[in-house]
Structures are given as structure tokens and as C-alpha cells.
Write a protein that binds this ligand. Structure first.
Ligand SMILES: [Zn+2]
Length: 240
């Protein structure tokens, strides 16, 4: 953001990124949404459970859109903290016993990356790692989008069809983590999670997991902020 943008931010009245309430970055009601009890869902698509912090609704949707498309970097930390709690719950779910924790951010299209000045899922995952230094987290930006057909307005079946073949691996980034894969530490093999902002049917995360499995990286779970109701089944709650 340029200097003018920063001054503009100072001059404009701040609004809650979730509900639009004036003079706050996030109001207490919207913060409570991010502070919910993490939960796991068995998605309609894919074999990995998905852990989220709240049920998808218009407020969490607005927060994420504000963060990724409207420059609301002021809510990076609250979103990343919520995601960090979902990561901890996911570790609990997979009976984590130590070892590296690898986060694989879901891909954004090249166009979206250029427009946003980078991938918002990578930014979130990196901030999670910074905010949880006690966890041996690594962020690997290896998932790339092939094309950007929008998922909005598609039914569950169409979504699954729509994501098939939409992702690819960044071989250069992948090469950076391969040596570590074969040299498993004393604490046990690394745990891998795919990270995204939302998951409704699990189709996008399932495609990411399928692609990673093709290079012997097997994500144990998906970790998101908002979980959709459609096509998911409640598995178990967590208290973190
Ligand atoms: Zn609010």
C-alpha cells in the first residue's frame, strides 16, 4: 500500500470488517465468532477431516473478503489467531505426537495473487507460524491455481467438477521441502495440513490433498476459518 493509501486509511472512519459497525476494526460480536470452539467436519468430498473455527456466515465471509480483496490488513492478526486455534484443534484430532507441522496454503489464481499483492492464504499461514512460535510450523507455498473459475453459485456436484485439475504444484518450491521429507526427525514424521479461508463441500481441499499425495505428502486434515453447512457432517467438537 502506498503512502497515500496509508493516509487514506487514517482519515477514513474504520468499520468492523464483519458487520460494518463504525469505529472498530472488529466489534466484540464479530470477534466472538472468531473465538468460537473449533469443530471438525467430515466433508462431502475428500477423505480428510476439515477443522474450522466457526460456521460459515455472512460476517466471516465479509471479514475474509475484506482481508483478501479490500486491503483490510488490520484484521490479519485476529484471523490468524483464529486459524492458529483451528491448527491446534486439528493437531488434537490427528493425535499429534511431535515433529514438524507443515502448512500448505490453498492456491489463489495468478491474477488474484497479482491483484492482492500475494496469496492471502500464504499470508495467513505465515502469520499463524509467527503467532505460534511454540509450534514447529512450516509454510510451504507449493499449491498453485491453474484457472480461476469462480465457485460462487455452483452446486456441490458442479463444485467438485469445477475443481478437478484446477491446481498444480510449484516444483521449485516443492524441491525445497523434499530433502526434509526423507530425513524424518527424531520426533516422528511431519504432519501436513492444507489451509484455506473457507470450506463448504471440501472439494478444493480434497483436490489439494490429492495433488500433494501424488508427491508423497499426505495431509492429515484441512484447516479453515469458516466451515460450510452444506454437504458436511459434524464429527466432534473441541475445547481449546
Ligand atoms: Zn462486527
Amino acid at each position: 500500500m502506498g503512502l497515500l493509501g496509508e493516509f487514506g486509511e487514517l482519515l477514513l472512519p474504520r468499520r468492523c470488517a464483519g458487520c460494518g459497525r463504525e469505529n472498530v476494526s472488529l466489534c466484540t460480536r464479530c470477534l466472538q465468532l472468531l473465538g468460537g470452539i473449533p469443530r471438525a467436519m467430515e466433508p462431502r468430498y475428500g477423505r480428510i477431516p476439515i477443522v474450522g473455527i466457526c460456521e460459515y456466515d455472512s460476517r466471516i465471509s465479509r471479514m475474509v473478503v475484506g482481508f483478501k480483496d479490500e486491503g483490510r490488513r488490520d484484521i490479519l492478526d485476529p484471523l490468524a489467531l483464529a486459524l492458529a486455534r483451528a491448527v491446534v484443534a486439528a493437531l488434537d484430532l490427528v493425535d499429534y505426537a511431535g515433529g514438524r507441522i507443515r502448512l500448505f496454503p490453498a492456491p489463489s489464481s495468478d491474477r488474484a495473487r497479482r491483484r492482492r499483492g500475494g496469496s492471502h492464504t500464504v499470508l495467513l499461514a505465515r502469520r499463524v507460524a509467527e503467532l505460534a512460535p511454540e509450534l514447529p510450523l512450516e509454510v510451504h507455498d507449493v499449491l498453485l491455481a491453474r484457472r480461476s473459475r469462480d465457485q460462487v453459485g455452483l452446486g456441490a456436484h458442479d463444485r467438485a467438477e469445477n475443481v478437478a485439475g484446477t491446481q498444480r504444484l510449484d516444483q521449485r518450491e516443492l524441491a525445497k521441502i523434499r530433502p526434509v521429507t526423507s530425513r524424518q526427525g527424531a520426533c516422528g514424521p511431519p504432519v501436513a495440513f492444507v489451509v484455506d479461508d473457507f470450506s463448504t463441500t471440501g472439494a478444493t481441499l480434497a483436490e489439494s490433498a490429492r495433488l500433494l499425495a501424488s508427491v508423497q505428502i499426505r495431509p492429515a486434515a484441512g484447516v479453515v476459518l469458516g466451515l460450510g453447512r452444506g454437504g458436511t457432517r459434524f464429527v466432534s467438537p473441541f475445547t481449546v
